[in-house]
Each structure stands twice: as C-alpha cells, then as structure tokens.
Design a protein. Structure first.
Length: 363
C-alpha cells in the first residue's frame, strides 16, 4: 500500500451567537478542517484534531506521498528531520500530528480493527468530563451553576470550569457556586489557561482547597515550568498541564522540572498518536497519568490503550465537531469505544459538503 495524496477540507459553521471567553481568548468563529490521506488501495485516513493542516499539504505532502502508511515511525522521523534543523515546537509539529493521526486511521481500517485495539487495548470504556464554565457576557453565577448542573444531569461525573479571567477572589466565589450546584460526588476541575503568576495561583489554589478540586490546570503560563513546579509542590491539588507542549522532548522537560502531576498532551498538537504514545510511556515510568487535551476521537482511543490513561475531555455545549462527525457513545460518565475500524469516525458527508468552503489542493 502506498500514500497517493494529501488534502485538507475547510468547513465554516455559523458563528456562535454569544462568544465565549477563557482567561486568555475569545471564541466566536466555528471553523473546522479535515485532513485526508488517500492510498492506492482506496483506503482514506482522516483527522479532525491536528492543527495547521494547510502546512501538511504545503510542506509535508512531498515527504510522505509514496510511503507505506504502515510505517508511521519512519514517516514521522522523515517529517521531523526533513528540515535544515529538526523542528522541536510549533506549527510544523501540529501539521505532522494530523498526518500521523490519519496514518493510524488507515492502519486500523486496513486491519479491520478499532484503533485502541491496534495500539494494544487496556480497556474499552474511558471516563470523560464536560469542559465548560466559560466566561460570557451577561452570564450570571446562577447561569454558571445551571450550566454545570446540566452536565451532571447528562451523566457526567466530572466537570471543568474556566478561571483566571477575573480577579482571583471572584473566581473563588465562582468555584464555590459550582461546587454547591454539582454536589460533593462530582469531580470539579479548574482551568486558568496560564493566566496567573505563581504567587496568584497559590493564593487562589489555597482559597479553593475546601471545594476539593480534582485538578488545577495551567495555573501559570506553559513557559513557566519553575512557577508550575512551585504551585505543584505547595498545593495538595494536582497540577495538570501540557496542552501547549510539543513532542516527548518538551514533556521530558516538564517531568524533569516536576511541574505537573497530570500530563495533558494534545494528540493533534504534540506530534500525533505515535508521539503521544512515547510521552505516555515516559509518564508511566514516573507514575504520571495522562489526560489528553482535546475532544477528538483519537484521545478516547489513546486513553483506552494505556494503563496510565486517566480521563477524556469533551465539550458537550461548545464543541462543534459533532456537526460533521457523530460523537462517540457516552453514557453514565463513560465513553464506550466503537468497534468500527480505525478511529471509527462516522462522517456526515451531506453536512460536510454543505459547510465546505475550500479544499486544498482543490479537486
């Protein structure tokens, strides 16, 4: 089998009626891209998670066309080393991630097995949490409480909310309101998106300790490993980070700095499935759990394939991949892995055609 082509389909959905905010960004537009790799045997691998997919066509297509998709390690190395000097971080790694995920989708389809089994299954269900609790114009504390209670009513046993976008004392009150709304039997994560310095993060962390947060995500900027290590050492709350880090080499540095208790590599950013698995193996040697950032299908397969997989992120209200692809089966707080081959994505071809705005290269 040989790779014959790489293309990217761009999709533009109607924008959000009310933009949502984290501590550092505003989301209003709803743009998606699908990377497809075709083979001479008619199999197509596709990815929704990787970023900067246009670079996969511009810079990587010539590197991978003609290769056997059953050699993802060789292709990864070829992409990584195919520059004036190795690329350790940034957009090219994100583009490589999409290519790698699509390759593994092809492998699963060729073998007729779901990806988590191809990778070496550990289980066939994985816990999931609802990511929400964003800031929004006009959103009251009552609205926030109702939102998080809604996730619990949907069957989630863990929810995540944003912090860091208002003075920390106001966020303490927001956490209190959410804890009161969801009760003591539901895990509550807080995510500052790297908005605070270490002293502020410590003040906030100590103030919310009584509400028993499950983890404190990105309390400081991802570049501040020293500050993250200070927070991790001083608080009983586990520190989670890694969504903005690239490759096993970046996570080696996080581990060495003792900057995190939970690692969150995004398979669509860190280097794909091949690299994510290397990070997971390294993490297991330090007894660190893996909780990938992103709500893609690949994350569920990855968590199901390793013994140190913790939980999968989902966006029941904000995520919009369900507009073009059926969501994974979720009930009673668990994602049930599909038995369909590869990533098992069920595409809505009619909606893809309706919302498609471009294809690179064009048909």
């Amino acid at each position: 089998m040989k790779i014959t082509d790489v293309r990217v389909i761009w999709i533009e959905l109607p924008p959000l009626a009310r933009p949502v905010c984290s501590a550092i960004s505003i989301t209003a537009a709803r743009t998606l891209s699908i990377l497809e790799i075709t083979t001479d045997e008619g199999l197509i691998g596709a990815d929704l998670e990787g970023g900067y997919k246009d670079l996969a066509v511009t810079y990587l297509k010539d590197v991978i066309v003609g290769e056997d998709p059953f050699y993802p390690e060789r292709i990864w190395h070829k992409m990584f080393r195919g520059w004036r000097r190795p690329i350790a971080k940034g957009e090219i790694i994100a583009a490589m991630s999409g290519v790698d995920i699509a390759l593994w989708d092809i492998i699963g389809k060729a073998l007729g097995q779901p990806l988590y089994k191809v990778l070496g299954a550990y289980r066939d269900t994985v816990p999931a949490y609802a990511a929400g609790g964003y800031y929004q114009e006009g959103k009251s504390l009552t609205d926030l409480a109702d939102e998080m209670r809604h996730y619990v009513d949907m069957g989630y046993r863990a929810v995540k909310m944003k912090v860091g976008g208002v003075p920390w004392r106001e966020d303490v009150e927001r956490v209190r309101v959410v804890r009161d709304a969801i009760g003591d039997g539901v895990d509550l994560m807080v995510d500052a998106n790297g908005a605070w310095d270490a002293p502020t993060a410590l003040r906030f962390g100590r103030a919310i300790a009584e509400y028993e947060p499950y983890w404190f995500e990105e309390p400081v900027p991802p570049t501040d490993l020293r500050g993250a290590a200070q927070v991790a050492a001083a608080l009983d709350i586990p520190v989670a980070m890694g969504e903005n880090e690239f490759t096993r080499f970046g996570f080696r540095d996080i581990i060495a700095a003792q900057a995190a208790d939970i690692l969150q590599p995004n398979p669509g950013l860190c280097g794909g499935i091949s690299e994510w698995r290397k990070i997971a193996a390294m993490a297991s040697a330090y007894h660190l759990p893996m909780a990938p950032h992103s709500c893609g299908h690949g994350s569920a397969h990855l968590v199901a394939s390793i013994e140190n997989g913790l939980i999968v992120e989902t966006y029941p209200d904000l995520g919009w991949t369900h507009e073009v692809a059926a969501p994974l089966e979720f009930r009673d707080g668990l994602i049930h892995l599909p038995d369909r081959p590869g990533l098992g994505i069920e595409w809505d071809e009619e909606k893809i055609r309706y919302y498609q705005v471009a294809c690179m290269p064009r048909d």
